[in-house]
Design a protein around this ligand. Sequence first.
Ligand SMILES: NC(=O)c1ccc[n+]([C@@H]2O[C@H](COP(=O)([O-])OP(=O)(O)OC[C@H]3O[C@@H](n4cnc5c(N)ncnc54)[C@H](OP(=O)(O)O)[C@@H]3O)[C@@H](O)[C@H]2O)c1
Length: 262
Amino acid sequence: MTKVLLVGCGKMGSAMLAGWRDRGLSAADVVVVEPSRPALGVPVVATASDIPADFAPDVVVLAVKPQVMAEVLPPYARFGGAVFLSIAAGKPIAFFRSHLGEAAALVRAMPNTPAAVRRGITVCCPGPGVTAPQRNLCAELLDAVGEVGWVDDEALMDAVTAVSGSGPAYVFLLAETMAAAGAAQGLPPDLATRLARATVAGAGELLRLSDESSEQLRKNVTSPGGTTAAALGVLMAEGRGVPDLMAEAVAAATRRGKELAG
Ligand SMILES: NC(=O)c1ccc[n+]([C@@H]2O[C@H](COP(=O)([O-])OP(=O)(O)OC[C@H]3O[C@@H](n4cnc5c(N)ncnc54)[C@H](OP(=O)(O)O)[C@@H]3O)[C@@H](O)[C@H]2O)c1
C-alpha cells in the first residue's frame, strides 16, 4: 500500500486526509506531522524528528503555509526516495529543490477551496525527475478532493492560480453583489441573499453536470428581448462589462502571482 507523510494538517491537509481515508487509505499507511496534533484517527506527530524511524513514505505531501515552508523543509530532505507534493501557493519548484536537494522529485500543485467539499480542482506541474508512477500517485491523492489537471510549463501556474486558485472568491463576490442588487430592487435582504446563494450554487451544479458549455447554458436561458437579455446587455457591454473586467482581474492576479514568486 502507498505510504503517505502529510506535513501540515490545517484546512487543506485535513480535507485531503478525509478524502484519502474515505478512499480506503489505512491509518497504518499515513503519518501526519502537525504541531496542533488534533485527533485525526491516524498517527500524528508534532515534529519531523518524531516520525517513526521505520516509516518510509512513497509521497510527502507539503501542506503548511508558504511563509513557513523554508524552515519546515530541511528535515524532510532525508525522504529522497519519495515524491514531494507541494500545495503551497506561489512556491516554485526551484525553491523546494534548493531546500530538499537538487535530486528531489517534486510536484507543484495548486488546489482550491472547494476541495473542502471534494469539488476542488487542482493543477499540477511536475519538476525534473518525477516519474510517471509518481505523477499518477500525486494525481490519485489529489483526485480524492476533486478534479486534477496538469501543465508542464511552470510559468502557467500563475495563471492557474488566477483562475481556479483565486476563482472561488470571484464567484462568492458574484453571490454577494447579486444579493445586494436584489435588495436594491426592494427584496427583503434575507430573501435576496437566499436567492443569490441558491442561484449561484444551483447554476454551478447545473454547469458541473451538463455536457453543454457555459456559453450554451447561458444562451439557453436568454430569450431575445427578455429579462435575462436586458441584464446581459449590461453585464456584457463592450469595454465595461464582465468579460473586460474579468480579463483585467485575472491579469492582475497573474501579475501578482509572478511578483510574489519573486
Ligand atoms: N486553503 C486554501 O484554499 C488553499 C488553496 C490553495 C493552496 N493552499 C495552500 O495549502 C497550504 C495549507 O493551507 P491551509 O489553508 O490548509 O493552511 P492552514 O489551515 O494554516 O494549515 C497549515 C497547517 O500546518 C501546520 N503547521 C505549521 N507549522 C508546521 C510544521 N513545522 N510542521 C507541520 N505542520 C505545521 C499549522 O499548524 P498551526 O496552525 O498550529 O501553525 C496548520 O495546522 C498553504 O501552503 C496554502 O498556500 C491553500
